[in-house]
Design a protein around this ligand. Structure first.
Ligand SMILES: [Zn+2]
Length: 482
């Protein structure tokens, strides 16, 4: 591959094959990039531009969209280039699982809000956060959501009960203000302690702000284990009543007694899809990762610690080995490590593959960038889908895999002019080697970069080339289309 010269002007990616993000079969073509846009797609050898970048044997496709991230802090701090650009991600959706920085100003965010760190809750208005992203000029594009848990902590003094009418009205007002200031929608996480007492009525009251707005409602459902079916029913009901574009977040079922039940849940989602707007996202691993919960950890058994405030050196160790060392049980050991984060090995390969293969499934990393020893999904999600699941497991064609991370999320989130490699669209592009692409990160070495990604172009600027960051300010906050 030839080396890009730094600088403005047009360039042509020559000698590669285009996968356009729609799911269509790849074809040989030149791609001309000019002034941030895809200026032309021409027969091989015919593209004209100031510079020629030879990409023989490579695929060029739209930049990947991480439809489920927790990068709310990182988009302000220029720490995203490595985990995100290095795996081809050009756009991140922030504010998932009910957890967003705005509209909350606090020095002591309770779990799970502390997965974003403790010192970043500084924005009491969504508009202030939006402005901060614009000023930071992040390396990737940002699609922000506002989170119900953050709003709830601000407006409901007693988190152990459902909100009163007045509190619900105040929360709805926060969502309306966030939408007016550029939020693409709302996320919820009634699985988590500060929102567990929120009943369906509270959710409906808050989500009423979404009606008629073509807005996203991304839901981390109440239960992903034994009670996954009623939890999914609740989410589908709230989505339908709110007339929102529902996203079932990181869909899975956990616990060996529940393995195989994605057959039922996907059937439910298919049935609902005939009458309402619903889709889902998924990360390509059999282990989940979130806040450390003593009971859940004891029930799961096979648990890796990602961070622990009282015991920082426990990061990267198994709960079992720590419990043994301390001569106590798993639950007691987990309680000793809290507040903290953990990786839970609790899904089946078949369920993960079934959800990944579903045509309405987008790829979302759910990566936790603040963790000391993060789940490998933070660095490896997108190349793992392309390498392990498409090339090696042959779960779906490469074109279908690319669609799940480009055209599909762009359409679901309403990112007009992105997600498809077509003339006139924004030039968010990835160049990769289809024979070599794979994740580098593992549970043991979770921050190894991906292999086989040659170039990442954000808004027409070469952001990364052969692993080197050339531009860490090429992204922008995207605006919802009316
Ligand atoms: Zn979640």
């Amino acid at each position: 591959m030839s080396n890009p010269e730094h600088g403005p002007g047009s360039f042509v990616l020559r000698g590669g094959e285009v996968i356009d993000g729609s799911g269509a079969v790849r074809f040989a073509a030149d791609v001309v990039v000019e002034q941030g846009r895809i200026a032309a797609i021409t027969p091989p050898g015919e593209g004209r531009a100031d510079r020629i970048l030879q990409i023989d044997g490579r695929v060029v496709c739209p930049g990947f969209i991480d439809s489920h991230s927790h990068d709310d802090v990182q988009v302000l701090r220029q720490t995203l280039a490595q985990p995100k650009l290095s795996q081809g991600v050009c756009t991140v959706v922030t504010g998932n699982c009910g957890i967003s920085l705005p509209p909350l100003a606090t020095d002591s965010p309770p779990a799970p809000l502390d997965i974003l760190g403790k010192d970043a809750y500084r924005f009491s208005r969504f508009a202030d956060y939006a402005r901060a992203i614009d000023e930071a000029r992040p390396c990737v594009n940002v699609v922000p959501l506002v989170g119900h848990i953050s709003i709830r902590i601000k407006h409901v003094p007693d988190l152990t009960r459902s909100a009163s009418e007045g509190e619900t009205r105040a929360m709805r007002g926060e969502v309306e203000a966030a939408l007016a200031a550029g939020a693409f929608g709302l996320s919820t996480g009634v699985y988590y302690p500060p929102a567990r007492a929120a009943n369906t009525e509270e959710l409906l009251g808050v989500c009423a702000a979404l009606k008629g707005r073509n807005a996203i409602l991304a839901m981390h459902i109440r239960d992903e284990a034994d009670a996954v079916v009623p939890a999914l029913q609740e989410a589908l009901f709230v989505g339908a009543r709110s007339q929102a574009r529902l996203v079932i977040s990181h869909h899975k079922v956990m616990g060996s007694a529940n393995h195989g039940r994605t057959q039922d849940t996907l059937r439910m989602i298919d049935a609902a899809a005939s009458t309402q707007d619903v889709c889902l996202d998924c990360y390509p691993y059999e282990a989940s990762s979130t806040m450390l919960d003593a009971q859940k950890a004891a029930r799961t058994g096979n648990v890796l610690i990602t961070w622990s405030s009282p015991h920082p050196l426990a990061s990267g160790r198994t709960l079992k080995s720590l419990a043994q060392e301390w001569g106590i049980g798993l639950e007691e050991a987990a309680a000793k490590l809290m507040p903290g984060g953990a990786i839970y090995f609790s899904m089946s390969q078949q369920d993960v593959e079934r959800v990944l293969s579903h045509p309405a499934t987008m790829i979302g990393s759910d990566g936790l960038p603040h963790d000391q020893r993060p789940h490998p999904r933070l660095w490896g999600t997108f190349p793992r889908v392309l390498g392990h699941y498409s090339r090696e497991r042959k779960l779906f064609a490469l074109e279908a895999a690319v669609h799940k991370m480009t055209g599909l999320p762009a359409q679901r989130y309403g990112l007009t002019g992105r997600g498809l490699l077509k003339e006139g669209n924004a030039a968010d592009l990835v160049v990769f080697d289809p024979d070599r692409i794979r994740e580098g990160s593992t549970y043991e070495n979770p921050t190894n970069p991906a292999i086989g990604i040659d170039a990442v172009i954000v808004n027409g600027l070469i952001a990364m080339w052969q692993g080197d960051v050339l531009n860490s300010h090429a992204g922008q906050r995207l605006r919802p289309q009316a």
